[in-house]
Design a protein around this ligand. Structure first.
Ligand SMILES: C[S@@+](CC[C@H](N)C(=O)[O-])C[C@H]1O[C@@H](n2cnc3c(N)ncnc32)[C@H](O)[C@@H]1O
Length: 246
């Protein structure tokens, strides 16, 4: 059913077909299964569903530059690069996640696809970036993006882990520099408890305000994985904003 849901979301979006893609078995994912001889996991299908939603609006050609903040293990990047090998993708994350992401992506896409964090960390500007590669940066290097023009900003289930002023600070470096934003977040703030989480939750309305007047909300809907709502309690949305000044 999850495969059929992903397949139909892809068809509705005129996206690259799911039956031409497959997941990696690196790390021995426990839920690996196969359909028509191709390998899938629930995560892989769910990242395909996110891509399909975004593609409805972005109409990816394959030569775009994408910035992902909080890329986690790199699952979204893996999927996008499997479809569009010429994308240039810059990932920014906290050090431990960045290390994991680099290990994962070099294993599933090959060393040639990735310019590692050791090189990224030395950079003091973004001149002469190798096109068509994945570049890895520490989150504190985000100010390098001031004045850097790119196509898409991507943040999924990550802004909700930050206080609103931290999110506003990240966005202040890139606002106006990009055409499209894809956000998948908890509508009323990520689930927090007394022991963990944020002091002040960031809400759906905060994102439009922080992106500023030049960005218009194009579409938002409840976010689904391939087999369930994203978080039963958190009420996640996925949405796309477009820079109307572009
Ligand atoms: C729940 S994971 C989501 C990962 C991935 N985007 C996904 O959809 O599976 C949250 C991500 O946000 C990152 N993150 C949390 N706080 C951050 C901060 N202050 N600055 C940058 N990244 C942060 C984490 O390191 C992690 O990669």
């Amino acid at each position: 059913m999850a495969y059929k849901y992903a397949d139909s979301q892809g068809q509705l979006a005129d996206a690259y077909p799911i039956n031409k893609l497959e997941a990696s078995d690196f790390g021995k994912p426990q839920d690996l299964f196969s359909v028509h001889g191709k390998k899938y996991t629930m995560k892989f299908l769910s990242f395909y569903v996110r891509y399909s939603f975004a593609h409805k609006f972005f109409k990816l050609r394959g030569d775009e530059t994408i910035i992902e903040l909080g890329s986690g293990s790199g699952f979204q990047v893996e999927l996008l690069k499997k479809i569009y090998p010429d994308l240039t993708i810059l990932c920014f994350d906290l050090p431990a996640q960045l290390y994991l992401c680099e290990k994962y992506l070099t294993n599933v896409l090959g060393e040639n696809a990735v310019v590692g964090s050791e090189k990224g960390l030395e950079r003091t500007d973004l001149h002469n970036l190798e096109k068509g590669k994945i570049h890895l940066f520490g989150n504190w290097q985000f100010p390098l993006l001031a004045n850097f023009k790119f196509d898409i900003f991507w943040n999924a289930a990550s802004f909700g882990e930050m206080e609103p002023e931290i999110v506003a600070n990240y966005l202040s470096y890139i606002k106006g520099n990009f055409t499209w934003a894809y956000l998948m977040q908890a509508r009323n703030g990520k689930e927090s408890s007394a022991e963990s989480g944020v002091v002040k939750p960031i809400l759906f309305a905060d994102y439009s305000r922080m992106l500023g007047q030049s960005y218009s909300l194009v579409c938002e809907e409840d976010a689904y994985d391939a087999h369930r709502r994203v978080s039963q309690t958190g009420g996640y949305f996925q949405a796309v904003w477009q820079n109307s000044a572009k």
